[in-house]
Design a protein around this ligand. Structure first.
Ligand SMILES: [Zn+2]
Ligand SMILES: [Zn+2]
Length: 222
């Protein structure tokens, strides 16, 4: 057996490589990729939609009370997320989590606990890591807010289903995930936390795909 696959794996795990293109560089991005990373300016407090144009916000009954998104989900950011998912290459993700934490701090969170949108066990084991957990731990560490696994996930045809691990009466939860696209996943996870008694759920994501309205596809959450 040749050692090339192993070397590739070690390279992916090495923290001294750009998260996107794997060039040797200070993390998270090499200079070329850093130039292509688009950080989102703070948007709508509730859904993170870009400021400057009218938008239909999360509906009034949405379980997510506030949203923070750090990056536009494209280019190097999308490459970094894919690499984390297929190869478990998250050695440099705490650095991303700390940047996300700064954005959350700027938004002024009062969360009691940080949790994450859990990956079903089988899929997390296949990847070697639950990368949203890596982000959540970095965010909680930076903000000195306890981090706790509050959700169990099971795969289903209509997307992962969540169950709360414990009752959360009156709790203010900061829910962390890597990417928000339609908002459907975050909605289901946040709705589960609210049903377990959480008073307020805020969402913090590394990246937001597009500038569309979140929740438009989730007005009738299953
Ligand atoms: Zn790069
Ligand atoms: Zn909004």
């Amino acid at each position: 057996m040749g050692s090339a696959p192993l070397n590739d794996l070690l390279d992916l795990l090495a923290p001294s490589r750009c998260l996107a293109c794997r060039a040797r560089a200070a993390v998270p991005w090499c200079r070329d990729c850093a130039g292509q990373v688009r950080q989102l300016p703070p948007g709508c407090d509730r859904c993170a939609a870009p400021h400057g144009s009218a938008h239909a916000c999360w509906p009034a009954d949405a379980p997510v009370a506030a949203t923070v998104a750090l990056y536009d989900y494209r280019g190097p950011v999308a490459a970094a997320v894919t690499t984390a998912k297929v190869a478990g290459a998250t050695a440099a993700w705490p650095a991303l989590g700390e940047r996300l934490a700064e954005r959350v701090a700027d938004a002024g969170t009062q969360a009691d606990v940080v949790t994450w949108v859990t990956t079903p066990g089988q899929r997390a084991r296949a990847r070697g890591v639950d990368h949203a957990r890596v982000l959540a731990q970095a965010v909680g560490g930076r903000l000195t807010i306890p981090v706790s696994r509050l959700l169990e996930a099971r795969p289903s045809r209509a997307g992962d289903r969540y169950h709360a691990c414990l009752r959360l009466p009156g709790t203010h939860v900061l829910l962390v995930d890597d990417v928000v696209t339609t908002g459907a996943t975050a909605w289901r996870a946040a709705a589960t936390l609210r049903a377990a008694g959480a008073d307020r759920v805020e969402l913090a994501v590394l990246a937001r795909a597009g500038s569309h309205v979140l929740g438009a596809a989730t007005r009738r959450p299953a």
